[in-house]
Design a protein around this ligand. Structure first.
Ligand code: 5AD
Ligand code: SF4
Length: 473
């Protein structure tokens, strides 16, 4: 057993990051253990978790398990958890209640909890004390150990908790069962060293560490060969890619080299405004296959709040970068994240956020009410703002967000834009896909178009999506 440790999770050293190409192995004794059996995999949280789940699915299927979408059908249930806000936590606690009930009648069901929640010391202890029926608890650093832990559980039928509070290594060669055949997530960096005062990620995912460029580029080339049209380079702070490798090779170089692989579309998330260089902007502007779409979280429009959030930039600096991006990358769409109700956010602070939003007119924003995360600096800041007030602010902000979302979508009407068609739409007899600028489009077209990039004439704009028809080739 290995429990996480809050103090260790906070630690940062200059220790070298090891890259392992052979750490993941399936013991011969359980190679085919999953034959004829099914697993259910539930994923919460960010794209990083979504991609981790693709790795988990890859591992399960290498052991012969088949995926199912129903609890009753499954021999193994795996929950990949998120810790970023209280509501993500609550969803998992709710689902655990349902699984516990099922396990009472289905004794040989194996239950596994992984992801960010177990990385929290208190949560892992809670699983140990009050959730004895969870068979395996693992963290973000040891997905590769899943086969070993499964083997152990099958032998001893005891609860196995293996969570490490380490700065982290890089584990290459995990298999992946990807959700899409056309677009793929590609990790370029793990962890985070920014320590924004509200955020739990630096404690759950370890220090910022970059994957070697040769491994990233090889993955992109392989994906292209398999017919993938789009890659999204993933990290908490992708602009800082390479800084920890100290060899002078940075995000601008990686973007350029990824563009040179010739893959049709390249995206990257998430950018911290702090590390966005002019060279990066030039590379994005010069390469047609790097998409003109940037997610640039501002978090707040008040310098006072930004300072207490430890965001390292002022509103003025952020705006300067924003206008530079708009100026240098033709047609770029920019989205953002905003937290309302940070401890002691005043009405004036909040109004400054609205004012900045009204000025910048983002394409879209993901908005959140501040959620207290134990162990973070913000969690001990005094807070006199009521939850009611915070909810009211969120609503006011969302009205502004929606207004500009529709306004920016309306600019597309009657234009012809390339769309990567990904799959059937929720709407009857339509397909769906995204523009280069990350606008969701529902298209009247047959399913034969799925997997292709097609010119689409936009016929209608809504707040959250566009409607379109295929333009003749
Ligand atoms: N409360 C609310 N929102 C948060 N985020 C991160 N931590 C918190 C928190 N404690 C938001 C930020 C970040 C996004 C991924 O989640 O806006 O950019
Ligand atoms: Fe969290 Fe800030 Fe790191 Fe993003 S940059 S993961 S908000 S600490």
């Amino acid at each position: 057993m290995n429990l996480p440790n809050a103090k260790e999770a906070r630690k940062r050293t200059d220790n070298k990051v090891d890259v392992y190409y052979d750490k993941y192995q399936i013991p011969a004794s359980i190679k085919n253990v999953g034959k004829g059996k099914k697993y259910l995999l539930l994923t919460y949280g960010c794209q990083m978790n979504v991609h981790d789940s693709e790795n988990i699915a890859g591992i399960m299927e290498e052991m012969g398990y088949q995926r199912t979408e129903t609890m009753e059908d499954s021999n193994i249930i795996i929950i990949n958890t998120c810790a970023i806000r209280e509501n993500a936590h609550n969803k998992v606690i709710g689902i655990l209640g349902r699984i516990k009930k099922l396990k009472e009648t289905k004794k040989d069901l194996i239950t596994i909890v992984g992801g960010c929640m177990p990385q929290e010391e208190k949560i892992a202890l809670m699983f140990e004390e009050k959730y004895k029926w969870i068979d395996i608890v693992l963290g973000t650093h040891n997905i590769y150990e899943l086969p070993l832990l499964l083997e152990k559980t099958m032998q001893d039928r005891k609860q196995n908790i293996e969570v490490y509070s380490i700065e982290g290594d890089i584990i290459e060669s995990l298999p992946a069962k990807r959700d899409s055949q056309y677009k793929a997530w590609v990790n370029i960096q793990y962890g985070c060293d920014k320590f924004c005062s509200y955020c739990i990620v630096p404690y759950t995912r370890g220090k910022q560490r970059s994957r070697l460029a040769k491994d990233i580029l090889e993955e992109v080339r392989n994906l292209k060969e398999q017919g993938y049209q789009e890659v999204t380079l993933l990290g908490q702070n992708v602009n800082a890619y390479g800084k920890d490798l100290n060899d002078g090779y940075g995000m601008a170089d990686l973007l350029r080299d990824t563009a040179n692989t010739g893959i049709a579309r390249i995206r990257f998330v998430t950018s911290h405004p702090w590390d966005f260089t002019d060279e990066m902007i030039d590379v994005i502007a010069q390469n047609k296959n790097i998409m003109p779409y940037i997610h640039l979280p501002i978090q707040s429009g008040s310098n006072n709040i930004l300072k207490r959030m430890n965001r390292l930039y002022t509103v003025e600096e952020y705006k300067k970068l924003y206008y530079k991006l708009k100026d240098k990358i033709p047609g770029v769409s920019i989205t953002t994240d905003i937290i309302v109700g940070f401890p002691n956010e005043t009405e004036e602070d909040f109004e400054e956020t609205i004012k900045v939003y009204e000025e910048l007119k983002y394409d879209l924003a993901y908005t959140f009410i501040y959620s207290k995360r134990e162990g973070t600096p913000a969690s001990v800041m005094p807070d006199k703002v009521s939850q009611e007030e915070k909810e009211e602010r969120l609503q006011r902000l969302n009205q502004v967000v929606n207004k500009y979302a529709l306004e920016s979508n309306l600019k597309y009407v009657d234009k012809v834009v390339p769309v990567l068609i990904e799959g059937p739409s929720d709407k009857n007899d339509k397909v769906m896909g995204y523009t280069e600028t990350m606008k969701l489009v529902n298209i009247k077209a047959s399913r034969e178009n799925i997997g292709k990039i097609k010119n689409v004439r936009i016929t209608e704009a809504k707040t959250w999506s566009l409607e379109g028809v295929l333009e003749d080739d």
